[in-house]
Ligand binder design. Structure first.
Ligand code: HPA
Length: 404
């Protein structure tokens, strides 16, 4: 399998521009799509200024719109193995996990294989910053090691103040997001930042206790990556929860609302950029963003859990400022029943990946202009917390009802 990579590296080496050192290097990178990108070293008269072969190959890959490296081959001149230089090890690490194999080649064949992590034992990857799309394999390995027997069927995303739902998970194994490459790093209060695996309502779940929002400056990759990972692990259902402002004067704080549909006014999409065809189609359908069967299941679950529930449309704004009364009046005309700063990115990413989605808002306050009181995040968190108990009953009953 690595023969094609070896041959590509050897062929491109011949085109290296190395008149000063006379040491030609070729590099071939296999990206996530399977495509191979090649590069040779380029020197100039200010030698040792110039580009390494690996840097050139990375540039080709980026220009083609790819960002994930799965295998690398490097070949130098003569009969000593050529390894990526210190700078290139770090450059590769930007786009590859520690486990990625580096094939060190001589003229005849691949002579040695090492992992990038071995070459760069104390690597500093973008996953340390929570930035790059998940190094999915790394995160999957951590989950497999700590929660061996749990294969989540449903993913729960717990919004502001709703973290306590995760405390009801049975047989829970908790993993801080910081141990999971590519997972988000929530920066605001009310969002713990850990993954809790276990069972709720008899269904194996992955509960994300804390999420990131656009207003934190978070990339949408940090929202998308965990969903893609759980989907590949076999999860089929996404249950999103959030704290929201209510657009109905007669919905007091604490009202629960099953989400019937959504309006994305953030001006963003998590699917901007090259499409990963292995995840879903370029133009995913959003007609049934919230699964009709699951919407009905909320009603049955509410009856079972003996809690009242409304149904309505959730509209998302980028935040972080709360809305003006004029905006709220406009949103009402657009058909919204609740307003918040989360959820829509996750549901778009989830539908793209083939999840069926269910959503639940807890109305933590009357939206701007519907009451005299100014809006305050502390009250949102407090109202979320005080509703969390009912939410636990409702979500457990929902999972029992649907089987996840
Ligand atoms: N507006 C936007 N986001 C919110 C609100 C609100 O009134 N309440 C809780 N999250």
């Amino acid at each position: 399998m690595s023969q094609d990579l070896f041959r590509a590296a050897r062929a491109v080496r011949e085109r290296a521009y190395a008149p000063y050192s006379r040491y030609k290097v070729g590099c071939a990178i296999r990206a996530a799509s399977g495509a191979i990108y090649v590069g040779a070293n380029v020197e100039n008269a200010a030698y040792p200024q110039g580009n390494c072969a690996e840097t050139s190959a990375i540039a080709q890959m980026i220009a083609a719109g790819e960002t994930r490296i799965v295998e690398v081959a490097v070949i130098g001149t003569g009969n000593l193995l050529c390894t990526p230089c210190g700078g290139c090890r770090q450059r590769l690490r930007e786009f590859a996990g520690d486990e990625v194999k580096i094939r060190l080649c001589l003229d005849g064949a691949v002579k040695r294989t090492v992992t990038l992590g071995k070459l760069l034992p104390l690597s500093f990857g973008p996953d340390h910053l929570g930035g790059r799309p998940a190094d999915e394999a790394d995160a999957a390995a951590v989950i497999a090691k700590r929660a061996l027997r749990i294969k989540p069927r449903a993913v729960l995303i717990l919004g502001s103040g709703l973290g306590p739902v995760a405390d009801a998970v049975e047989g829970a194994v908790a993993i801080p997001y910081k141990d999971l490459p590519g997972f988000p790093r929530p920066s605001i209060s009310g969002h713990a930042g850990r993954l809790v695996l276990g069972k709720l309502g008899g269904v194996p779940v992955a509960a994300m206790q804390g999420r990131v929002h656009l207003y934190e400056g978070s990339s949408t990759d940090a929202m998308t990556a965990p969903l893609r990972l759980f989907r590949r692990m076999g999860a089929k259902t996404l249950v999103v929860t959030n704290a929201a402002g209510g657009l109905h004067a007669d919905w007091p704080p604490g009202t629960l609302m099953a989400i019937a549909d959504q309006i994305n006014l953030t001006g963003k999409s998590p699917l901007t950029g090259p499409n990963d065809d292995s995840v879903g189609p370029r133009f995913p359908d959003m007609t049934e963003a919230y699964d009709p069967k699951l919407r009905r299941a909320w009603k049955a679950a509410a009856k079972k859990a003996k809690v009242a529930i409304e149904e309505g449309v959730y509209l998302s704004v980028p935040g972080p400022s709360y809305e003006t009364p004029a905006e709220i009046r406009a949103f009402r005309r657009l058909g919204a029943d609740a307003v918040g700063m989360s959820t829509v990115m996750e549901v778009i990413a989830a539908r793209h990946a083939g999840y069926r989605c269910a959503g639940l808002s807890i109305i933590t306050n009357l939206a701007a202009g519907l009451s005299k009181a100014p809006l305050d995040h502390k009250e949102v968190i407090a109202a979320g917390r005080s509703g969390a108990r009912r939410l636990v009953h409702l979500i457990s009953a929902f999972l029992e009802e649907t089987g996840g």
